[in-house]
Design a protein around this ligand. Structure first.
Ligand code: PMP
Length: 405
């Protein structure tokens, strides 16, 4: 059974007071808090294991290399990739998408080709494709989102055509929580011969992902959204595709041999990892994955859904509340506005009561524009939240209403 109080005790950040109140952390879609096992693992690495990897001829470097590559294996196992050659370390989701737009897109796309995204995307999955489209004279198209925040099934069929070369989409919206129908989009993309890229930044903490079963071509994620360190993430790619792609960045580590006139490149995955890597990122991520996979992801999801329903009910008892994102299948991300008040003012009042939420456009400006909004308040729930957190949040929103309306 899922024991949230036992889980909470593993997150030292939750033991502090903010503005005189016990911290209520509801900003996990921006980044998750870190458990002791991750903090201790990284500290221990810096204290006793610091060394550069892959090149040393000494004990610490060898140990560091083993631990670093254990991180790759932990990520491979997390979503059942066939081989660690298919796991490229990155700075995170954003870098993974830039790598794909640059290396795959600039090599394989031609004038008139179409790139399909959805209206739900984070800016990280829009801007690199717009830049690529400008360079290569391609067209960017979007699968439409309806009022509830779900993708229109008919739009999936209309927008993905034989001109489509890439379909890049989020498995879970960071603003509305919508969990998209990955199988359906992949099936449609395959039927026209397009490659698929799954932005798993949010999905990774919600559902078990099996890249072989889903048959996605690429997947990107950030470790900091899965209880791991900042500045680190991974790109999964099918070996058959990664081996045809040119390097993204160049320099040390990604080479096989360098002459004054010519360079040959290293094997996968190192061909895509130029320079000294983020060693503690890999080490901390392995600890984070170990922490997360010890739990039953379905129990975690059920716990978060229960809290989301409690929050939704509590908010809807306030007459001026308007919720955004009511998809049937959604993560515990609750976006709302209080009609007549500005989202930033609500965020400030909540903060004064120790409740941490995010306010603003959440890096989804096109979607907000479509809904006629400039921003929302977003409360995003994770496994360490509990019913008291939700009660305090609803009370804080009621207080904001009294102060602002
Ligand atoms: N895609 C989604 C769905 C996200 O939620 C985020 C982070 N908010 C990103 C991409 C970008 O992730 P990062 O900033 O860690 O690179």
């Amino acid at each position: 059974m899922f024991n949230s109080s036992e889980i909470r005790s593993q997150f030292p950040a939750l033991g502090q007071k903010v503005n005189g109140h016990d911290l209520v952390y509801l900003d996990s879609a921006a980044t998750t808090l870190k458990p002791n096992v991750v903090i201790d693992r990284i500290t221990n690495f810096y204290k006793f294991e610091t060394a550069n990897v892959h090149r040393g001829a000494h004990y610490l470097s060898d140990k560091g290399t083993v631990e670093f590559e254990n991180g790759r294996e932990a990520i491979r196992k997390l979503f059942n990739a066939a081989s660690t050659e298919e796991i490229i370390f990155t700075k995170g989701t954003t870098e993974g998408l830039n790598l794909l737009a640059s290396s795959y897109g600039e090599t394989f796309l031609n004038e008139g080709d179409e790139i399909v995204l959805t209206e739900l995307e984070h800016h990280a999955n829009i801007v690199p494709w717009q830049i690529l489209a400008l360079k290569k004279k391609c067209v960017v198209k979007y699968i439409a989102v309806n009022e509830t925040g779900e993708l229109e099934a008919s739009s999936i069929d209309q927008v993905i055509t034989t001109k489509t070369k890439i379909v890049s989409f989020s498995g879970c919206s960071n603003i509305l929580g919508t969990i998209t129908d990955v199988e359906k989009i992949v099936a449609k993309a395959k039927s026209v011969g397009a490659i698929t890229i799954l932005d798993a930044a949010q999905l990774i903490s919600q559902k078990k992902i099996d890249v072989q079963k889903l048959d996605v071509d690429f997947l990107v994620l950030s470790s900091h959204k899965l209880f791991g360190p900042f500045g680190f993430g991974a790109l999964y790619g099918k070996k058959s595709l990664l081996s045809t792609m040119p390097p993204y960045q160049t320099g040390g580590s990604m080479i096989s041999s360098v002459g004054f006139d010519k360079t040959t490149f290293n094997d996968l995955p190192f061909k895509f990892e130029a320079g000294t890597p983020h060693v503690e990122g890999a080490v901390g991520t392995a600890a984070a994955i170990q922490f997360f996979t010890k739990l039953n992801i379905e129990d975690v999801f059920a716990h978060e859904q229960k809290l989301m329903n409690q929050l939704t009910e509590g908010l809807l008892s306030i007459p001026e509340i308007k919720l955004f994102g009511t998809a049937k299948n959604k993560a515990a991300i609750v976006s709302f506005n209080l009609q007549g008040a500005h989202h930033s003012d609500i965020g400030q009042i909540l903060d004064q009561m120790g409740v941490a939420v995010r306010v603003g456009h959440h890096c989804t400006q096109p979607l907000l524009k479509k809904f006629g909004l400039t921003g929302t308040v977003r409360a995003s729930i994770s496994l360490y939240n509990n019913e008291t957190d939700i009660e305090k949040t609803v009370e804080a929103v009621k207080k904001a209403r009294r102060m602002l309306l």
